[in-house]
Ligand binder design. Structure first.
Ligand code: ZN
Ligand code: MN
Length: 269
């Protein structure tokens, strides 16, 4: 376990030495500033992946870059939509450029192993595009040995944990916005920001298969939550956290495994 894992807290000389001597995985959490119902603060999507990245880096000797705390526009079916006051979003182009530029800078410093961890559903393909453009530009600059893992932290929860956390059935990750998982994680990580007395009690949002543009805000629960977090607990949060950290650490081990020595067996005849 190490605690000198945040890049922004190192001086440049120590940072440079760590990169050259330890070749660490640099983890980049990406989140949003987005309403999360009446019971949660607006930086959930940033705090959760940041906490997971820090725990993984502490266990594995990695470094954590400052979190990108603005994300792509909130969508009705996965974040309540962009009409809520406080939800403060980037155009897709801006997010793509931000991700591309940050990756290229880390590559310039000598980073060759990176991991992006997204905490905001809507960011997904914009992160992919930022990664792709950065790798393309770096290739043209002659840098061809940067590898980037993209980690979907929520997927590391086991079936057993989902069954325990959602006694009435798992609603699916998009409807989990401000729901049981995010609220439990926040109760575990940052209880000072959670007000369980304000948890909405309405049933999960029910959306048609199609999407409308512009959408009608009246189709979204007015609380901003897409399902109720009434059964969220800090214990569930710890259960999720433990699996997310071990799952992400194992994924990095696999993603950046050194090639095994190839043993060529001689002719036995
Ligand atoms: Zn969220
Ligand atoms: Mn979100």
């Amino acid at each position: 376990m190490r605690d000198d894992i945040r890049i922004c807290e190192l001086n440049w000389i120590e940072y440079d030495r760590r990169l050259r001597e330890e070749a660490p995985v640099v983890m980049l959490p990406v989140g949003s500033l987005e309403q999360h119902g009446p019971h949660l603060p607006m930086h959930c999507d940033s705090l959760i992946p940041t906490a997971i990245c820090e725990a993984v880096a502490a266990d594995t000797g990695g470094l954590v870059a400052p979190t990108l705390t603005y994300g792509y526009k909130s969508q009705p079916k996965s974040g309540g939509g962009n009409h809520f006051p406080g939800t403060t979003s980037l155009d897709g182009q801006t997010l793509i450029s931000l991700v591309r530029d940050v990756i290229k800078e880390f590559a310039r410093h000598g980073v060759r192993k990176m991991a992006l961890m997204d905490g905001h559903y809507e960011n997904n393909m914009f992160l992919v595009e930022g990664i792709d453009l950065a790798l393309r530009e770096l290739r043209r600059d002659g840098i061809t040995d940067l590898s980037i893992a993209k980690l979907p932290y929520w997927e590391y929860a086991s079936e057993a944990t989902l069954e325990k956390a959602f006694p009435e059935g798992f609603p699916g990750w998009p409807l989990e916005h401000a729901g049981v998982m995010e609220t439990s994680m926040m109760l575990h990580l940052h209880p000072e920001f959670v007000d369980m007395e304000k948890v909405p009690m309405h049933p999960p949002a029910d959306f048609p298969l199609h999407d409308m543009y512009p959408y009608d805000p009246a189709t979204v629960p007015s609380s901003g939550a897409l399902s109720s977090a009434a059964v969220a607990t800090a214990e569930k949060g710890k259960m999720f956290m433990d699996e997310y950290v071990s799952g992400a650490a194992a994924a990095l081990g696999e993603a950046f495994a050194e090639p095994e020595n190839v043993i060529i067996l001689g002719d036995k005849s």
